[in-house]
Design a protein around this ligand. Structure first.
Ligand SMILES: *Cc1c(COP(=O)(O)O)cnc(C)c1O
Length: 367
């Protein structure tokens, strides 16, 4: 593989295919697969990822916001797209671009029906979102009556799916809570069926739900992080392959003496003769300042080099005193071996945050 000559995020579509097939192997053949591609497909490249998943015959996409769905339509994606967190100001665009809103409150349901009517729609698909314990977005049991009333008095929309979201599907110590969420969701779905004509698609599980709660797969599953190569546990990580690899290069090496300081606010002080390498990636690229002061690291010629001092906007400095390296050498921030999930732990965060923070100014390179 050619060595990186500048900071690049490599995207491995072979790894994406592998992860998709692995997750598919965990569900029944008739269970639909929704791919979550919000936040630039978890920091990678939304159109490249979505186009590839379309060739793998994914059933559905989900994005968080309307603009992300518009970007997919502009790229020629024709698969149905669920918008998880829409706002009424975008309802007209949602309808005009054939996007399907998650409707999570009476205010949204009322306003979406009004928008669908204004756009002369009949039977426009909406997805009812229930709150079963995450307390983030969603209707509650008390709302069933008002939901029924709205659906019985309109033909502008219909309920295409009913869903909820698990709060702790990756946490084995929260198994009882998750089982309770599953039961609550089951009850809410059954209650809705009493007043809806169609049988809506029933879905609850995210990646960890798919892996840990096979009985709750229902009609469709919604996978994000697993597609990008992370399973929120060492066991599942071993079966998945990271899709994104972040690489860079050594721009310059400085020889510093005992007492010399490195970087802004002189935050690092050399205690002896040391070699410090400057790498062209900083907090504007997604290397959070919390990685400074030795918490974060990169790999150079397979050896770990810790970040010294503060992370700058466009650069980090790393200690290469014990590494045989020179200017122009390749630097690995994360790849299939040195995983983003491990780097995340060193700064008390999670793979999701590391991946989605990778800024748009870093070149995406398709493998
Ligand atoms: C982001 C999101 C997902 C995907 O979760 P993963 O843990 O990345 O698989 C699924 N459902 C909803 C509602 C989400 O917001």
């Amino acid at each position: 593989m050619p060595k990186a000559k500048e900071t690049v995020l490599e995207i491995d579509l072979g790894a994406l295919t592998h992860n998709f097939n692995y997750l598919k192997s965990k569900i029944q053949p008739n269970t639909k697969f929704l791919a979550v591609v919000k936040a630039f497909a978890y920091g990678s490249d939304i159109t490249t990822i979505a186009k590839h998943l379309e060739t793998l015959k994914v059933d559905y996409f989900a994005v968080a916001y309307c603009a992300e769905g518009v970007a997919l339509r502009d790229a020629g994606i024709t698969t149905p797209i669920l918008v998880l967190h829409p706002q009424p100001v975008n309802f007209k665009t949602i309808i005009n671009r054939c996007l399907e809103p998650s409707v999570y409150s009476e205010r949204l349901l009322r306003e979406f029906i009004t928008a669908a009517k204004a756009e002369k729609q009949v039977h426009y698909p909406v997805h009812l979102k229930f709150n079963t314990g995450l307390n983030r977005l969603g209707f509650k049991r008390d709302d069933l009556e008002i939901i029924a009333k709205h659906f019985s008095s309109t033909s502008s929309v219909y309920c295409k799916s009913i869903f909820s979201h698990l709060a702790a599907s990756e946490a084995s110590e929260e198994r009882l809570f998750t089982e309770q969420q599953i039961l609550e969701f089951q009850g809410l779905y059954d209650a809705c069926q009493k007043f809806l004509d169609d049988a809506p698609i029933k879905h609850l599980c995210n990646t960890s739900g798919v892996l840990n709660y096979p009985k709750a797969h229902y009609d469709m599953v919604r996978c994000g992080i697993g597609l990008y190569g992370f399973g929120n546990s060492a066991t599942f990580d071993a079966h998945l392959k990271p899709v994104a690899r972040l690489k860079s290069v050594i721009s310059q090496i400085h020889q510093v003496h005992a007492g010399d300081t490195v970087g802004y606010n002189r935050a690092y002080k050399a205690s002896r003769e040391e070699r410090i390498a400057t790498i062209p990636i900083g907090h504007a690229d997604g290397i959070n300042r919390s990685f400074g002061h030795g918490k974060g690291y990169v790999f150079i010629n397979e050896k770990k080099a810790s970040i010294v001092g503060n992370v700058c906007m466009d650069m980090i400095m790393v200690n290469v005193s014990n590494i045989d390296c020179k200017e122009g050498d390749e630097v690995i921030v994360f790849n299939g071996k040195h995983k983003a999930s491990t780097l995340a732990e060193s700064a008390h965060t999670i793979s999701y945050e590391i991946l989605t923070a990778i800024s748009q100014r870093i070149k995406r390179q398709l493998l």
